[in-house]
Write a protein that binds this ligand. Sequence first.
Ligand SMILES: [Zn+2]
Length: 187
Amino acid sequence: MIRWLHDISSVLPTNGEPERRKLAGIDTVVLHCTAMPDWNVWETARYHTGPNHISPDGCPTIAYAYFVEPDGILYRCLPHETRAWHVGPWNDRAIGVCMGYEATEIPPPDEQLEAAADLCAQLVLDMGLDERRVLGHRELEGTGSVASEGHMVQRKECPGMSIEMDRFRRMVADAMVRPGGPGVREA
Ligand SMILES: [Zn+2]
């Protein structure tokens, strides 16, 4: 099946000049969730570019390069050259894929998780990587977890504890080898 990717990067709100990064340094795709009830991509972008929990002055852009709605609709929010603020020390090397999902004990809809896996598969294929480079936010050292007094402390549950990341990576791997590939195309 073909999944259409809708590019809304030119119309989402921004806040000052976005930071730039080198494409060659990107080697990771990070899965996130909004953790907010019913927030769509527009509400998420408005929140990130206004005063928020990341910065009192607002971030330059939405934090995520891609957004996946509950029904599986895919949006490109940023070009890969834009250095967005989603994973602290990993911002130079990571592409953020966010699901509009509240991260309760109820898992996200299958349509959404499958669309996110197909998108991640397309991204790692396009970059010459594999599913091992698809990580959940909570798996990243320095932002998902941090060292404190000699112990690692879990700081984030993102993209939600009901998403088992090894299972998600198997979905990504399956999409990579599917006849026709993941099938994500520019709309
Ligand atoms: Zn996150």
